[in-house]
Design a protein around this ligand. Structure first.
Ligand code: GDP
Ligand code: IMO
Ligand code: MG
Length: 423
């Protein structure tokens, strides 16, 4: 079996797009299975920067099949705009497949995402306002509209009518918003359906055959472990399962179909949106990470919150994803910092904690316990071998392996496809 899952090991934006693009060079299939257009994956190749939200990051290779699985919530407007922008750059979509069971993000989902965030006031999650939570909520409530429904004008009209009537009551009576127009949405989405039809199929069945035929399959994680609906910092999470288990449900494959699970992390930690962040830095080191690391959201442009690397989080990622290895990206961003720190545990009122707590209110009183490391000043952005890294950088990577009991298999030293060290 030749299958690998790539998972965000932190709060998203770990550089998954770059790694998936690199591995996709030799892949037959790249599969997105969770999340939606809340994701923003950056691929830098040959001086061009591609920002992908719904289209899998293997799309730049003409021979690779790219699958959007049933677990993805698909915004047709976003995916078609993304395809148009990529087509203008010469990208082809003859190997793109979208699962018939994927749920469709509707205008009322985006409207409700916006309105409910506003209504939450200081308790807002800081969502991407892409309608993700409301779409998954409808899926769980069994009133969602799937691609298979959208493709049948009669079924779509019935389901849409029922939903627009109901959502308009919610939008106007609960949130004081403006009602949406059924006819407008129907016409707009029927046009999307025509364009999406050629890509629609049962992708789970395609994958089953591909895996049986020993094809190389990469599962592309979106978001990150700490944004998982169950294991993350609930309620400051996304509404899906961006963990290895999420691929089984979201791509329609069994757990035994996934051979290798690689967690992708940065050499420090970032988070977009609200919620606890034990190692957050609001000082000049935080400013260094923000500015040198260009930590601005790919989807919303928001400045990302930055802090030291947190091994408590990485251990959680190792445990719930069954990680067999780690990728540490953006080691180059640490260059120039005199001293580096990694949180190994938390101190909770004098008690040493090594497991990320379920009760996030505890986190406010959890002080990270740090181990300190020497920094380096040498430019590492063209290093190709581990031995070429300064001794201090090597020691930093070895410490991550020690704290997580997991091998670091690849190190990112720049945003380009070629700026990586393989071990
Ligand atoms: P994703 O959502 O996990 O795919 O990550 P994003 O694309 O949202 O954010 C990661 C950012 O870091 C992007 O701008 C990448 O181009 C950039 N990046 C990835 N790896 C490296 C690296 O090793 N060094 C540097 N300097 N930038 C990197
Ligand atoms: P990629 O795939 C970083 C965050 C949002 C918010 C929370 C809920 O690029 O790593 P949502 O819109 O999903 O309901 O927002 O989750 N979030 C992400 N943060 N990277 C992402 O994706 C994210 N997708 C969602 O900022 O805090
Ligand atoms: Mg991102």
């Amino acid at each position: 079996m030749n299958t690998t899952a790539l998972i965000g090991a932190q709060w998203g934006d770990e550089g998954k797009g770059k790694i998936i693009d690199i591995l996709a060079r030799k892949a037959d299939y790249v599969v997105r299975a969770t999340g939606g257009s809340n994701a923003g994956h950056t691929v830098v190749s040959g001086g061009n920067t591609y920002k992908l939200h719904l289209i899998p990051s293997g799309i730049l290779y003409p021979d690779t099949f790219n699958i959007i699985g049933n677990g993805v919530v698909l915004d047709p407007k976003v995916v078609l705009e993304e395809m148009d922008a990529l087509a203008a750059l010469g990208v082809k979509f003859d190997k793109l497949m979208i699962d018939l069971r994927a749920h469709i993000v509707m205008p009322y989902h985006k409207e409700i995402d916006e309105l409910s965030e506003k209504a939450k006031g200081k308790n807002a999650i800081g969502t991407t306002k892409r309608g993700i939570g409301p779409c998954y909520a409808d899926k769980c409530d069994r009133i969602g509209i799937r691609l298979v429904d959208l493709l049948d004008p009669k079924v779509f009209a019935e389901k849409l009518k029922r939903n627009v009537d109901f959502k308009n009551k919610l939008i106007t009576a609960v949130y004081g918003g403006e009602p949406l127009d059924f006819n407008e949405i129907y016409a707009e989405y029927c046009a999307y359906a025509k364009r999406l039809q050629p890509y629609a199929c049962d992708t789970g069945a395609v994958l089953y055959d591909a895996i049986k035929a020993d094809k190389r399959v990469i599962f592309e994680g979106a978001q990150g472990t700490l944004l998982d609906l169950d294991s993350g910092t609930y309620p400051f999470v996304t509404s899906s399962h961006p963990i290895t288990g999420g691929f089984c449900a979201g791509a329609g494959v069994g757990p035994t179909a996934i051979k290798e699970c690689i967690g992708i992390a940065k050499s420090y930690t970032t988070r977009v949106g609200a919620g606890p962040f034990p190692t957050e830095l609001n000082d000049e080191v935080g400013a260094h990470l923000l500015n040198v690391g260009h930590e601005f959201g790919t989807t919303t442009g928001r400045a990302r919150r930055c802090g030291w690397l947190d091994a408590v989080i990485l251990r959680l990622a190792v445990r719930i994803n069954g990680l067999t290895g780690l990728v540490i990206n953006k080691l180059d961003t640490l260059t120039g910092l005199k001293k580096l720190k990694i949180a190994t545990h938390y101190d909770y009122n004098g008690k040493l904690i090594d497991c990320f707590p379920a009760d996030i209110s505890m986190l406010a009183d959890c002080k990270p316990v740090y181990e300190e490391f020497d920094g380096w000043t040498e430019d590492i952005s063209s290093c190709k071998k581990f031995e070429e890294l300064p001794e201090a950088a090597q020691a930093y990577i070895r410490a991550i392996e020690r704290f997580t009991e997991t091998p670091v298999k690849m190190i990112g030293v720049g945003a380009d496809r070629d700026q990586n060290i393989y071990r």
